[in-house]
Design a protein around this ligand. Structure first.
Ligand SMILES: C[S@@+](CC[C@H](N)C(=O)[O-])C[C@H]1O[C@@H](n2cnc3c(N)ncnc32)[C@H](O)[C@@H]1O
Length: 222
């Protein structure tokens, strides 16, 4: 009585979409315990990045992974750091300057478009991001355009199946739900790595099964 009805939280294919993490909480992304909880170095090793590869860190935040990836791909490669919060990109710029990471391209994205150049990425990485995309469908279509032929998307998401992972339910995803959503958008699971402490790590190619995987540097750059 006299109270306005609250809008229902958005859902996608039966999953409640999480709120975007605000830039004022960015310090949490570089917390000391993070390496123990997420084994970021192991995760990045699994990407098997070669010098000269172009990677997009989509939803890069303040660059916890962007900067080491920029080092891994070397001066011949680059990392597109995409985020919808310009403040996150500003925080990343400060950290990248201090780390002398000069091969990062800063891309202010939108809720529906990556704003990446067409066919520019060998790999699009989303760490703790996919579950908070407000509009998964147009974003996944936009990613398809940004991938080079044979390029892949890698999702890293907290495991919903594992009750011991101390993360709020809407910030976790099950493998089944990830596959359901990616398949509905025309992607095929090509690989999973199941040894991270708290997260799923899953590779997807656009299109049918059997798409070539990227594990070597491209012969030409866009
Ligand atoms: C939980 S943080 C993770 C940051 C970073 N990936 C990491 O692992 O440290 C999620 C980030 O995704 C960004 N984000 C959410 N929706 C996005 C979208 N549609 N496009 C680009 N970035 C997005 C948020 O602004 C936020 O910086």
């Amino acid at each position: 009585m006299g109270q306005e009805a609250r809008p229902e939280p958005a859902t996608y294919l039966g999953r409640r979409i999480a709120q975007t993490m605000h830039f004022t909480g960015a310090e949490w992304l570089t917390r000391h315990e993070r390496e123990r909880e997420e084994a970021g170095e192991v995760m990045r090793d699994e990407l098997k990045l070669k010098s000269g590869v172009n990677v997009c860190d989509l939803g890069c935040g303040n660059g916890y992974h962007t900067i080491p990836i920029a080092k891994a791909v070397g001066p011949e490669g680059k990392v597109f750091g995409v985020d919808i919060q310009p403040e996150m990109l500003d925080l990343l710029k400060v950290r990248a300057l201090a780390a002398e990471a000069n091969n990062i391209v800063y891309v202010p994205g939108s809720q529906t478009e990556t704003k990446l150049p067409d066919a520019s990425c060998d790999l699009i990485l989303m760490v703790d991001v996919y579950h908070e995309l407000a509009h998964p469908e147009p974003m996944l279509q936009s990613m398809k355009k940004a991938l080079k032929p044979g390029g892949q998307i890698v999702l890293v998401e907290f495991r919903a199946e594992d009750l011991s992972v101390p993360i709020k339910p809407e910030h976790k995803m099950s493998k089944e739900q990830i596959i359901k959503e990616m398949t509905a958008n025309g992607y095929t699971l090509t690989r999973s790595f199941d040894k991270l402490p708290w997260q799923h790590m899953m590779w997807f190619a656009a299109g049918q099964a059997g798409a070539p995987s990227i594990d070597k540097a491209p012969s030409s750059k866009p």
